[in-house]
Design a protein around this ligand. Sequence first.
Ligand SMILES: [Zn+2]
Length: 220
Amino acid sequence: MNKGTIKAIPKRIDILGRKYDIIFPYTFETGTTYAGMHDNCEMTIKLASNVNNTDIPIPFIHVVLMHEAMHGIVSILATEDTPEMPESVIDGFSLGLYQVIVDNNLYKGEIPKYLKVGGLTYEVTYPYDFVDENDASVAINNPCGKILLADIGVMDYKLRKLTFGICSAVYYVYCGGRNFSDLKINLEEGIYSTIRDNNLDKLFIKYSYKGMKNAGKKTR
Ligand SMILES: [Zn+2]
């Protein structure tokens, strides 16, 4: 593992005000294929740099980081009414959010017109006027690939609402879910805050395949 890999992994992560130490590279017991672990009591996220003596590429470590951060978000936001969230759903969210962050121009202070989610492209209609519902600010129609977003509030508020659309689309495309609201948790609030507070979007893009291509251009 080279020094560049160490730099690509943050030392701490703030999840809704809880500050976790990231222990990297962490060596899990031999014979396991663990790549990461979230510990709510020790306030740590442990990340491996290799599995079975093979280095894990940085984007894959970032997906594991997202996965462990999701556990942290869920542990804070879940209520008695929240159904148990299976590992497969956490996996779907971490993979999906990673892809959406890397493939779209998100959180740049403007609302994107399109949103690539997996192999699908959603159309974002903004500003959308919710004529019948005064307080509505976002709506999503997954089977039709539409996200409707009202021009209400400051940009930070709108990006939070857009993140609701992103989460709903990721749940549909990556988790095989029908209605994001079935999860009964304001996951989008935790996801938006965690990405923004830790600049995960910039970090993921920098070390993504896209980032590598850009880095290559500069040196040529
Ligand atoms: Zn897990």
